[in-house]
Design a protein around this ligand. Structure first.
Ligand code: ADP
Length: 154
């Protein structure tokens, strides 16, 4: 007997699983993408969050379902309006990294009431600055899938 309570065993497990092991492929668009094309992309790719990137896959922003719904109520021409105008923009985008624990990432989702986080890694830019390259997506679905898998271990 390890002397650890069952709760502690579960907690330690959740801190040991890393984002890298449960992340999904990111679905990205360019900031010039129209609101109309963003809606189509969400349906085709079956995701609720799109990441907006520039050349090199560098993170610029995030678009959620509600951002798109809100825009359709605003009377804009959704064929012309680019997502760059309505997205949540850097530096206000909450991110995770492959090395972060799933627990810490899930805590961000709950605390900040968002559905998904871009998984990023830092890259050096030619101008000497730093950018964030989008290399994955972590959503509430990934967390729920892990939850189900852990529960099947009985
Ligand atoms: P939904 O709109 O489908 O409810 P969210 O709850 O994730 O999806 O999005 C709510 C708001 O938070 C939107 O304005 C969206 O742009 C923003 N948002 C979504 N994900 C993030 C994130 N990772 N970091 C910062 N803001 C985000």
């Amino acid at each position: 007997y390890s002397g650890k309570s069952p709760n502690r065993v579960v907690a330690e497990k959740l801190h040991r699983v890393l984002v890298a092991s449960i992340k999904s492929v990111p679905v990205v668009v360019n900031e010039k993408c129209s609101v109309y094309d963003a809606v189509v992309t969400m349906f085709i790719e079956d995701v609720g969050t799109l990441f907006v990137v520039k050349e090199g896959g560098l993170l610029e922003g995030v678009i959620s379902r509600k951002d798109l719904l809100k825009t359709t109520l605003g009377g804009h021409d959704i064929h012309k309006l680019p997502v760059g105008v309505i997205m949540t923009r850097m530096p206000n985008v909450l991110c995770t990294t492959p090395e972060e624990s799933v627990w810490a990432a899930a805590k961000k989702l709950i605390t900040h009431e968002v559905d998904a986080l871009p998984v990023v890694r830092k890259v050096a830019l030619p101008d000497g600055g730093e950018g964030l390259e989008v290399i994955g997506r972590l959503s509430k679905t990934n967390i729920t899938r892990l939850f189900v898998e852990l529960g099947e271990g009985i």
